[in-house]
Design a protein around this ligand. Structure first.
Ligand code: NOJ
Length: 558
């Protein structure tokens, strides 16, 4: 396996709107991030993934971009960006930008031109179609509820938007669109950035003829299979690689909804012809039900283990994994899989951070930040949740109570409550009035308190990062092979890592019960790397307390 810096890195994702507000307008900003770089340096991460900071009317918090080469008013200026980049580099931290090019904002100048007339020079930058019998051109649904088509009176045609109607899809089949995108990417690379996280990049090529999709019983719309992993996606990414990515020493990760192992091997093949790695989402859907994500249903640990392990073993030697449980689109993992306790946060982190792949920490995850009780519609901010609430509750498909419970369990706003810096008003996030409510538990869970507490979730993450990046086990943690143990257990997540005859044994009790554990895999521990329960001893019969986690270097039995 070829060694690469991005395989040996730990990435920290920042959602700038909710990270740190430097000017009291209630919205996080670039200067706020720059002011917190020492905190990130202390945690030990070496790459930041910045969610979008570009000019945007914020229909989807920056994932609707109106100018790719300027900064959102609320976040600051290009000069602030350059200062952030330099200050990060001075501390050995790289910055990966979010690249959102499946769609733009409807306020982007390309779309303003495109919608102005049928023969406008930019008309073909987007996907315009005639209606079908006075209705949308096909049955595709938007990820944010309703049809994926919006009727535009001016030219009596419909445009495609796989997300909100303020996020029209670009037409990647048009070579001029690709030229513009690659030119813009080059501009950022020349500015000194260190890579791209590519938003829904698996959606840039749609099936020819835009045929109706299979109808989803829950939404009544069809389409996902016709919008992901389309016929030209690999051709376009190879072109992007050739014309831009290959010219720089940067890292790339593609957000790939609907990706299978087979597809992932193409997106992130070891020959380096497309991307370095993908975010896959199979494990994310394992606790959904007939209402899709809007449910308090919890993971079945056996299913989760099976899925994560499948990606570990099947990509082995063929591609590279990205390791994530939290991000700005997911509820907090300590609530989703754990029980909100610091102990469960540490156990879950142990399970993830010893796997093979590049780990991603989402802001606040390192503090054990939890889901939030929003209570009512007025407290919600996310377009996906608000649209789904209206679609499902107003139509009588779900009760108000069930929907709020679903949103509190799975909604994206859980990840977007302000970062909890200290116990002062608004958790030290802003001196103004925050754009979204602060989780009321900030007095107990906050960075200031955790930095001082040797036993905190923060200090546990710090140790995890340092074991991976700067310890005698680094090579084994980064490059070793993975083997799942005890696959039938619904409480224990245990696995082995192996490299050149050296072995690690990772043992986590992901339940709130004491478990009697019979260990017949390993005889003797050479060293304890980390544990959330003090001096954990390895033996044949063990009593594992709730949320117990430990990792040993061991001599193999077999
Ligand atoms: C995926 C992003 O992660 C999500 O936040 C966004 O809403 C959609 N793509 C649309 O850009």
């Amino acid at each position: 396996m070829e060694k690469k810096w991005w395989k040996e890195s730990v990435v920290y994702q920042i959602y700038p709107r909710s990270f740190c507000d430097s000017n009291g307008d209630g919205i996080g900003d670039l200067k706020g991030i720059t002011g917190k770089l020492d905190y990130l340096h202390e945690l030990g991460i070496n790459v930041i993934w910045l969610s979008p900071v570009y000019k945007s009317p914020n229909d989807d918090n920056g994932y609707d971009i109106s100018d790719y080469q300027d900064i959102m008013d609320e976040f600051g200026t290009l000069e602030d960006f350059d200062i952030l980049l330099k200050s990060a580099h001075d501390r050995g931290i790289k910055i990966v930008m979010d690249l959102v090019v499946n769609h733009t904002s409807d306020e982007h100048k390309w779309f303003v031109e495109s919608r102005s007339s049928k023969d406008n020079d930019k008309r073909d930058f987007y996907i315009w179609r005639e209606g079908r019998d006075g209705q949308a051109p096909n049955n595709w649904g938007s990820s944010f509820s309703g049809s994926a088509w919006e009727y535009d009176e001016k030219t009596d045609m419909y445009y495609l938007h796989c997300f909100s109607k303020k996020q029209p899809d670009l037409n990647w089949d048009n070579p001029r669109v690709r030229d513009e995108v690659f030119r813009m990417m080059t501009w950022w690379c020349d500015r000194g950035i260190d890579g791209f996280r590519m938003d829904v990049i698996s959606m840039i090529s749609k099936v020819e003829g835009l045929p109706d999709g299979q109808v989803d019983a829950n939404t009544g719309y069809g389409g996902l299979e016709n919008t992901t992993n389309g016929p030209h996606v690999h051709e376009y990414l190879k072109e992007m690689n050739k014309r831009v990515l290959s010219k720089y020493d940067i890292m790339t990760v593609g957000e790939c909804a609907g990706v299978t192992i087979e597809e992932a091997e193409k997106y992130a093949s070891l020959d380096g012809s497309e991307l370095n790695m993908v975010f896959q989402f199979e494990h994310v859907g394992l606790d959904y039900d007939e209402h899709g994500k809007w449910t308090a249903r919890r993971y079945d640990l056996r299913e989760l283990k099976k899925n994560l392990s499948k990606w570990q073993t099947e990509l082995e030697g063929k591609s590279w994994n990205s390791l994530f449980l939290d991000n700005h689109d997911q509820p907090r993992i300590v609530s989703r899989l754990g029980d909100d306790s610091p102990l469960s946060a540490k156990a879950i982190a142990t399970m993830l951070h010893f796997m093979k792949g590049t780990p991603y920490i989402y802001q606040g995850e390192e503090l054990g930040m939890t889901n939030c009780k929003f209570g009512c519609l007025e407290n919600l901010r996310d377009i996906e949740e608000i649209n789904a609430y209206h679609e499902l509750v107003d139509s009588g498909k779900m009760t108000r109570e069930a929907m709020i419970a679903g949103i509190e369990a799975k909604g994206r706003d859980n990840a977007r409550t302000p970062m909890q810096w200290d116990a002062s008003e608004n958790a030290g996030f802003t001196t103004g009035s925050p754009w979204i409510m602060v989780n009321p538990n900030y007095k107990e869970i906050n960075a200031e308190a955790e930095l001082k507490d040797a036993d905190s979730v923060f200090n546990y993450y710090k140790k995890l990062v340092s074991l991976r990046r700067k310890s005698e086990w680094s090579d084994l943690i980064v490059y070793g092979t993975y083997r799942l143990l005890d696959d039938e257990s619904s409480e224990i997540f245990a696995y082995e890592r192996e490299l050149n005859g050296r072995n690690l044994f990772v043992l986590c009790n992901l339940s709130d019960r004491e478990i009697h554990y019979h260990n017949d895999a390993f005889s003797k521990a050479n060293a304890l790397l980390i544990s959330n329960c003090g001096e954990a001893e390895l033996s044949e019969e063990m009593k594992l307390s709730p949320w117990f986690a430990a990792v040993w270097e061991v001599l193999s039995f077999v």
